[in-house]
Structures are given as structure tokens and as C-alpha cells.
Design a protein around this ligand. Structure first.
Ligand code: M6R
Length: 608
């Protein structure tokens, strides 16, 4: 997590450091800081809290600086205090560092490499980087950065300035995103393309052991031995740009509204001519009869899309499928061989737990496929094959459109597997492909049909202490996502359960007025779930049922009925999640929460 930026050019940088840092606030927002270099050495300003606090502190007196680095923090090592905010300095004040990542051997470096008695001003792991670079620094900054980074274990993207090198920024990265650009007016670095100027059309991504040297006029790259490298930039893709929040107050609502487009764009590349085309990414070996095990590995909402896919893969393709949280996967001794396919799902493509799992699988004979929203991300690059979701840039911490795009990609994959493994007849396959392509329109319709009711419902539940989401099978998967959406942005303690499980313990928590949100769309279990809803109602629950018109009659006793458009029931999760996302959004709105940046969270979780 954390975000870093750096600028060196002929004109003042303080304003733009803040401007670009704000674009990275989604990566963490506990504290922020900036350091500047000029012929008098290094100058630093740090503030606890949002970037706005740093912005205020920089309002006067910093216009003169033309070279600086800045940081927005999501605390990992050391509390949220000014002394732990970046940039961190070496004890002799010669080196300033901003860092995204985690240094796992910080204690070892302090004890075994740095001189005895070295004093530290913070509780962070980052400070050892500044000390280490200064320790190795004589006259050659590239050498010092190379020596120091070769000792680091863990992950890092760093921007470094030296007190006797005004106008220069040194950069390096390992397992943490870092982009560098040269424009006509100067050189820039950032954790994300989003935080580069729009005029930066080409970017460099430093590889392992490469060191970037930014001066106002050029960007050069060196290897660990100090040899100059010829490095080619790559173009900035459209999906990497921020499309803004339009007329909406928050990114989350804007992104909810963008879902028909996100799903449509994703499906357009995968489903056409009456069938699914994933041949280029999913070769024969992936779908042969020999493939006997699928693992889906992901975190958070991406994991929830896996719950949907698991049910479809097993039902229609008859392949054993396990969905595993990425943070558990690598420690759980999964059985991986050449007949195993492991699918990684991620919006950012930079989630540390998911990447660690991928790297583990790559050491085995299993095949790897990623479903990822950011082209050029680590997951996209390192997986054997990838399906790119086309949700476009997602800014709100709570995912909505990327989740829907991931579901769409999984649907396409599930239909293809099912057809090839004879789980669907050609007619059924064609009908389901057609129904899948109708999803964008149906999502738009769902937004229109449910929004007003959800606004009223949000007002009704906004002061509740807790809520429950229930469902069975595919409805259970949606419940998991709906529950996460509510708790993530509104901070209401919401929990999700398989509907049939409540009576085994959780019913004791139902009180007069407790909201219980159920989706009922699966014909085989609709009546059963309804009975479970009734059990909660009998104990005072305020029950909200999300369902198709065809079940409206049997669900008529619900406190609230939310009707979604008809669709093939296997695609229902793409529709039931829409009112649930809006319920999270509007409830948070009426509770006055910081919707796009919920407390304690960050968009891209780049620490394990
Ligand atoms: O970038 P990823 O999809 O790998 O992120 C995974 C989770 O951190 C993410 O889905 C998280 O749960 C969202 N904030 C949920 O809205």
C-alpha cells in the first residue's frame, strides 16, 4: 500500500506533488509527507491525516523547490504518528527516502549490517533503507542505492534524494509498482500511472535490480554494477486512465453506474458469433479431459467472484474446484500437478497475497491463468495467460464495476468449459451465450428498477448496529459480496451466512428490527431460503428479499421486496449484487462516512 511520487524539473514542484499524491490517496491515507532538495540540502514536511493536511502545510514557503519526493501512508510498521510518516531520513541527514512495500529483514539490517549504536527516529521498516543507502554512499549514488537494495528482502518501490545531489531523484523497485516518465518539462515517478501528468504518454517500469536516475532533463537506467541500460518505454493504456466521477458525488456511485459498460466491454472481447472465444488465453491443455482440478485464488471481492465460478464449474463441467483465499493458499499445502489449473482473480493485479500465491504455483507443473483488470500489472505479466477485464480504472476502495467485470469473465469461461466438456448441449450453450450478452442491459435496468427503493431502505437501516445477508448456492455468493459492501463503506457490522446455517447458531443474534437481506433467485432452493427468511422474521427481523418477479408472490410477506429483471438464473449474481452495492453506498452516505476512502483500508493491498 502507500503511494509515492517524485518530480524534478525547472519549475516549482510542491503543488504538483500534492496534486499527484492525491491521486494515490486510494493507496492509503494515514499520513503524508514531502521532501525537497536544492543546493542547501534536504527539507522535509510531514503531517498525520489526509493529504489535505500536508497541502495546507506546504501552502507557503515551498514554491522555490524544483525537485521533491512525496508519500501517502497506510501504516504497517509503526503507529500513525508524524515521526513514522515518510520521507524518512538517514541519521546523518544525507539521504531522504519514500517507500511503498515492506522490508522483511529490517531487524537483521539494523543488527548485522548497520554500525552498532545507530539511532533511529521512527518505528518504520523504511528507515533502514535511508540508513543503509547513506552507509554505502561515498560519491556514487547509483552504487549506494544498488548496494543497499541488494541487501533488502521483501518488497519496495523507493524514491531517494541525496543532500548533495540537488535536482536528482533515484528510484528502484522490487515486487511493488513503480512507473517513471520523462515529459518535455521534467521527470516524474509514481506508484501508479494515474499519478503521472496526462502528457506522460510513455512510461518506464524499472525491472529487478534496475535503478532509475531522474534529473529535470533526462531519465537514465543502470544495473546493479552501474552499467547504463538501454530501456524502452511502453505506452500508457486507456484502461490505466482515470475517467473521473462525472456528475456523481463519489467514485463509488459513479463506478456502480458504469457497470453496464464495464461488463459490456469485457464480454465484447470474449463472446461473439454465438460463442465464447478464450482459445488464445486458455489453450487446449487447460480444458482437456485431463484437467481434473481447478483452484481459484483471490482476496476480498475477487474471492467472492470465485464462489460463483466454483458452483458453475462443478455443476456444468464436473471439474473439482476449490476457491481459496490467497492469504491462506500458500500455507495450505495445495495439491498442484500438471492437470491442475489455478485461476487468480484481481482488480489491481498487484495484491501481494495473490501474487505470492501465483509465484508459488509457478514453481510447480500447474497451469496459471489470471483474470485481471490492469494490463501491465504484476499478475498480468507473471501469469502464463490472462483474461483482461475491461472495467477501466477503478478508484473507489470498495470495488463494484471490477467485481461485475470479473463475474462476466468467469461466466464466459464457465460456459466455454461446460461446452467443451459436454456439460451443455450446443443449443443450451448458444442460449446461455445470448443470455450472457444481455447482462449489460439488464444491469442498467436493475439500477433503474431498484435505486429508489434502496435509497429508502438505506434511510431505514442507517442506524442499525448489525445486518445479515443470507442466500443459498449462487445467492450465497452474492450475499458474501453484499455483506462486504455494506460493512466496508458504512461500518455496520454485517455478516453473511448460507441461509440454512442460521438455525445452527446465528439466529440467536436476530433482534427486533435487525435487517436480514436475502436473495432468492435459484429455483432449486428458493423455497428453502424463503423458509429461512421466515425463521428470521418470526424472531423480529426486518427482512428484505431480492428476487425475480416470478417469485414475488411467494415472497409477498417480506418487509421489503426488491424485484430485479428476469434472466437465466445462473447470471442472477450479476443482478442481485447491484441493489446490494447501492445499499452499501447509500447507507454509508446517510451515515456520513468517507465512502471512497473507508477508514483503515486501501485500494491496492500490496502487503501480505
Ligand atoms: O485488487 P484486488 O482485486 O486483488 O483486491 C482484492 C481485495 O483487496 C478487494 O477486492 C477488496 O476486498 C475490496 N476493497 C472490496 O470492495
Amino acid at each position: 500500500m502507500c503511494g509515492i511520487v517524485g518530480i524534478t524539473r525547472d519549475t516549482s514542484v510542491a503543488g504538483d506533488l500534492i496534486k499527484y499524491l492525491k491521486k494515490l490517496e486510494y493507496r492509503g491515507y494515514d499520513s503524508a509527507g514531502a521532501a525537497f532538495s536544492d543546493e542547501n540540502g534536504l527539507e522535509r514536511v510531514r503531517r498525520v491525516g489526509k493529504i489535505a493536511n500536508l497541502e495546507k502545510a506546504l501552502e507557503k514557503g515551498y514554491e522555490k523547490y524544483t525537485c521533491g519526493i512525496a508519500h501517502t501512508r497506510w501504516a504497517t510498521h509503526g503507529g500513525v504518528e508524524e515521526r513514522n510518516a515518510h520521507p524518512l531520513f538517514s541519521s546523518d541527514g544525507r539521504v531522504a527516502v519514500v517507500h511503498n512495500g515492506i522490508i522483511e529483514n529490517a531487524a537483521f539490517i539494523k543488527e548485522k549490517i548497520l554500525p552498532e549504536g545507530e539511532t533511529f527516529a521512527s518505528d518504520t521498516d523504511t528507515e533502514v533503507i535511508a540508513h543503509l543507502i547513506s552507509f554505502y554512499y561515498e560519491n556514487d549514488p547509483v552504487r549506494a542505492v544498488a548496494e543497499a537494495t541488494s541487501r533488502l528482502e521483501g518488497s519496495y518501490a523507493i524514491g531517494v534524494m541525496f543532500s548533495d545531489r540537488p535536482g536528482e531523484i533515484y528510484a528502484s523497485s522490487l515486487h511493488s509498482p513503480l512507473v517513471i516518465a520523462q515529459t518535455e518539462d521534467g521527470s516524474y515517478l509514481a506508484s501508479d500511472v494515474l499519478a503521472l501528468p496526462d502528457r506522460a504518454k510513455e512510461i518506464y517500469r524499472p525491472g529487478k535490480g534496475e535503478i532509475g536516475v531522474l534529473s529535470g532533463k533526462s531519465v537514465d537506467f543502470y544495473d546493479v554494477s552501474g552499467n547504463r541500460l538501454e530501456k524502452r518505454p511502453s505506452e500508457v493504456g486507456d484502461s490505466e486512465k482515470d475517467v473521473g466521477k462525472g456528475s456523481y458525488e463519489h467514485y463509488m456511485l459513479s463506478e456502480i453506474m458504469q457497470q453496464p459498460e464495464a461488463v459490456g466491454n469485457t464480454l465484447r472481447e470474449l463472446v461473439y458469433g454465438g460463442e465464447v472465444h478464450v482459445e488464445s488465453v486458455v489453450g487446449d491443455t487447460f480444458i482437456s479431459d485431463k484437467m481434473d482440478q481447478i483452484y481459484i485464488v483471490a482476496c476480498g471481492s475477487a474471492y467472492h467472484t470465485g464462489l460463483v465460478a466454483q458452483l458453475l464449474f462443478e455443476k456444468y463441467s464436473r471439474v473439482r474446484t476449490s476457491v481459496v483465499l490467497a492469504s491462506e493458499f500458500r500455507y495450505a499445502s495445495p495439491i498442484l500437478d500438471k492437470n491442475t489449473l489455478v485461476i487468480f482473480v484481481s482488480q489491481s493485479g498487484e495484491t501481494a497475497d495473490t501474487l505470492a500465491a501465483l509465484r508459488l504455483v509457478k514453481e510447480t507443473d500447474a497451469k496459471t491463468l489470471s483474470i485481471v483488470n490492469v494490463k501491465g500489472s504484476s499478475l498480468w505479466i507473471e501469469s502464463e495467460s490472462s483474461i483482461l477485464t475491461r472495467a477501466g480504472r477503478e478508484i473507489a476502495v470498495a470495488t463494484t464495476k471490477a467485481y461485475s467485470a470479473q463475474l462476466a469473465a468467469f461466466y464466459a469461461l464457465a460456459l466455454k468449459f461446460a461446452y467443451l466438456r459436454k456439460g451443455l448441449s450446443p443449443e443450451e450453450y448458444a442460449a446461455k451465450c445470448d443470455a450472457l450478452l444481455e447482462l449489460p442491459e439488464k444491469i442498467a435496468l436493475t439500477i433503474n428498477m431498484t435505486r429508489n427503493k434502496i435509497v429508502s431502505l438505506a434511510k431505514r437501516i442507517k442506524d442499525e448496529q448489525s445486518a445479515f445477508y443470507i442466500g443459498r448456492l449462487l445467492d450465497g455468493a452474492s450475499a458474501a459480496e453484499g455483506s462486504l459492501k455494506l460493512k466496508e463503506v458504512s461500518y455496520i457490522n454485517s455478516q453473511c451466512y448460507a441461509a440454512g446455517e442460521l438455525k445452527h447458531g446465528t439466529l440467536s443474534l436476530i433482534e427486533e428490527g435487525t435487517p436480514v437481506i436475502a436473495s432468492i433467485t435459484q429455483s432449486g432452493v428458493a423455497a428453502k431460503t424463503l423458509s429461512n427468511v421466515s425463521e428470521t422474521k418470526a424472531r423480529g427481523a426486518y427482512d428484505v428479499v431480492i428476487t425475480f418477479e416470478k417469485y414475488a408472490d411467494i415472497c409477498k410477506d417480506a418487509s421489503e421486496l426488491i424485484i430485479i429483471p428476469e434472466t437465466d438464473e445462473i447470471f442472477a449474481p450479476s443482478l442481485t449484487v447491484i441493489p446490494m452495492q447501492m445499499l452499501g453506498y447509500y447507507t454509508a452516505l446517510y451515515r456520513g462516512c468517507d465512502i471512497d476512502k473507508p477508514k483503515n483500508l486501501a485500494k491496492s493491498v500490496t502487503v501480505e
